[in-house]
Each structure stands twice: as C-alpha cells, then as structure tokens.
Design a protein around this ligand. Structure first.
Ligand code: KG4
Ligand code: ZN
Length: 364
C-alpha cells in the first residue's frame, strides 16, 4: 500500500448527521480512496474521521506527465478491494456494522468512477446497506465543514482543483454558482506549467516547490479576467504566456525555472484571492471556504489569510490531506444525505460531467 495516507490524526468534528457510521468510496480521478466517518449522536454536532486511506497512482502516470484515464481505471480495479478493506480494518469494523455507504458518482473520469461505484453498490447489496451517490465537489466542500465545525451556511465556497475552478454561494438549499472558469481549471494550469518547465508530475506541488527559490515579480504575467466585473476565471491565456516566456529563455537555467514558477504561481493565485474578495462583497458574506487540491498551495493560503485580515472575513482551508482527493469528505457529505433520508438504488450510475446544483441521480 505504498503512498497510503492514514488519517488517525485527522479526527475532528462537524455537521449534524444523526449518529451514523458511513463508509465513503472515492475513485473519480487518479486516487483510490476509502474512509469511515462516525457522526455524532442526535443532539451532538460532530463527525469524526475514524479511518481514511488514499492510494495514489503517481508511479503509474509519471512516465506520461499526466493522468492516463485507461490506466487510472485499471489501477483502481487492482486496488479498490484492498483500500476499502484497509479502511474498515483501520476502523475495526466489518461491513455489516456500517449504517450506509457513500460513493462519488461524478464528475470525473467515467471508467475511474465506475470502479468505485460498482464496488460500493455491490457491498451495499451484499450487506443490505443504504447507498448514496455524492457529487465530488459537494465532497470537497464538506471537507471545509469537517475541518472547521463552526463553518455554517451561508458562505462562499471557492473550489480549486485539477478539474474545477468555481465560486459558489453555499446556502441552505442547493449551491448557487457565482462564477467559474471559461477554459482550463487552475490545477490544470499548474500541471501544464509544470510540464512546460520540465518539472515532474504531479505538477501543482512541483511548481510550488520550485517557486520557493524564485522571485514572483521577475516575469510580468497577466492576471486574467481581473479587469472584468464578473466572477468568471480563465487560465488558458496565462498558460500560453508562460509558454512564450519559456521559449524566450530556453534553455532554462534553474534560476529561470524558479523565477517562472514563482511568477506563474503569483499570477494564478492573485486572481483567486481577488475574485473571492469580490464574491464575498457582492454576496454580503463574511465566510469563505477554499477547497480542492490547489487549496493546498502555500502562497494561496498566505495571500488569502492576508486578504481575510484586511477585509475582515473568515477564510477556512482544510488540512492538506483533506484538500486533495480523499474519501473522508465523501463519507461526510454522504452521512448528511443519509441522515435526511436520501437513498439511491442500484440503478445509480456515474456522470462524467454534472453541475453541483443538479444531482440528477437524487431525483426519483
Ligand atoms: O482535488 P484534486 O486532488 O483532484 C481533482 O479533483 O482534480 O486536485 C488535484 C489538483 C492537481 O491539478 C494538482 O496539481 C493540484 O491540485 N495541486 C496543487 C497543489 N497540490 C495539488 N496546486 C498548487 N499547489 C499545490 N501545493
Ligand atoms: Zn477533487
């Protein structure tokens, strides 16, 4: 189980879910993950992460410089049972002792999603357990409430991952989208810039590390969409600007590489901070949750914290292990659905693209 992350140290509390023990399964991209959460009993607010296992696939995809969907789903098939068994063993539970199973149904790579979904449905059927489908981004947002028990709607959610860059208003009903990327996601831009700079996959952490040695103001780069009033983003132009800067400096010295990484990281994160500030002001809200893999970025965290102190809002960042893909966030979001009586049958299927507010599988 190389690369597995055990999350005993992540036990923390949250949301009311009504006393349930839930297994979460997440396989939407290149992480196979399973986790067990235990919600507080009735009256007590709190969800505790009992076990969390994440099996990455860095070695599988590194030779290709990015995720190869066919290889991702094949590797999920290889690890799904062992990862779920490891989470249950860590929780010292047998499947029959669970109250339900929550599984990511989309968005994501279809083949990858189907592995986790088929496994979850089979386990639920075998043990007569209720099963609910969870939207991947609802899971990311639940991570913020897991990390910060005081975070309650309404708040602004900034979702920044390899597939998404969007601002939502999270209220009591379905989330409302305030703005989203018109082209690449910010994590995708980090991954593509890593490739341009000759840095290894996965790109986000590699760019962040290279940037530590560079000067963020060494290369002037655009801050896309900042001159426009709306809350949409765009990252493909920034990536092209980096590509041109690389061509002008080739062959790259380590110093030039670090400077370009730092300049790109500054441009990419400045836009996220500024648009979040505008979203909070426009919605008249004082709480922001930043979730998804890019929320692990140190500069984004520091700059957002500085903006929060200046503007007087509260910014919540989950710990890194809850920012990148994991199953504790899926189990936590699923526990909430199960507590309010949602049940999805064996006809539950996977969705490669589906807006957060729609959840078509939840309609009867
Ligand atoms: O949420 P996530 O694990 O998977 C998706 O749902 O996409 O996010 C993965 C993305 C990748 O693009 C990765 O490069 C980026 O998050 N990422 C980072 C950092 N850690 C992960 N980007 C910038 N800085 C980081 N420290
Ligand atoms: Zn994700």
């Amino acid at each position: 189980m190389g690369g597995a992350v055990w999350a005993d140290s992540l036990a923390m509390s949250v949301v009311e879910t009504g006393g349930l023990v839930v297994l979460g399964v997440e396989s939407s991209c290149d992480e196979m993950a399973a986790a067990v959460v235990r919600s507080g009993g009735s009256g007590s607010a709190g969800v505790e992460i009992v076990a969390s296992v994440v099996e990455g696939q860095e070695e599988v995809h590194r030779p290709y410089g990015g995720v190869v969907p066919e290889l991702a789903s094949r590797d999920h098939l290889r690890t799904v049972s062992a990862v779920a068994e490891a989470a249950l063993a860590q929780a010292k539970l047998s499947p029959g002792e669970l109250d339900g199973i929550a599984v990511t149904v989309g968005p994501g790579l279809l083949g990858s999603l189907l592995v986790g979904l088929s496994f979850a449905k089979a386990l639920a059927y075998r043990h007569g357990l209720p099963c609910v489908g969870v939207h991947h981004l609802a899971g990311h947002l639940a991570a913020a409430e897991l990390a910060e028990p005081t975070l309650r709607p309404p708040y602004v959610g900034l979702v920044v991952s390899g597939g998404h860059t969007a601002l939502y208003r999270i209220g009591d009903g379905e989330p409302r989208i305030l703005g989203e990327t018109r082209d690449d996601a910010v994590g995708e831009a980090f991954d593509k810039v890593a490739k341009l700079l000759g840095l290894p996959y996965p790109g986000g952490p590699a760019v962040a590390e290279a940037a530590l040695e560079g000067a963020p103001d060494s290369t002037p780069l655009p801050r896309p969409m900042l001159d426009q009033e709306g809350l949409d983003f765009s990252y493909s132009g920034l990536k092209t600007a980096v590509s041109l800067a690389v061509q002008a400096r080739e062959p790259l010295t380590p110093k030039a590489r670090a400077d370009l990484a730092a300049s790109f990281q500054a441009a990419a994160t400045d836009v996220l901070v500024e648009k979040s500030r505008r979203a909070l002001a426009r919605e008249g809200l004082g709480q922001l949750a930043v979730v998804g893999g890019v929320a692990a970025n140190r500069r984004l965290r520091d700059r957002m914290a500085a903006a929060a102190a200046e503007d007087g809002f509260h910014a919540v960042f989950p710990p890194n292990a809850l920012c990148t893909d994991n199953a504790a966030m899926i189990a936590a979001a699923g526990a909430r659905l199960l507590a309010r009586g949602e049940r999805h049958g064996l006809e539950l299927t996977a969705w490669s693209r589906v807006p957060l507010a729609e959840r078509p599988w939840a309609r009867s």
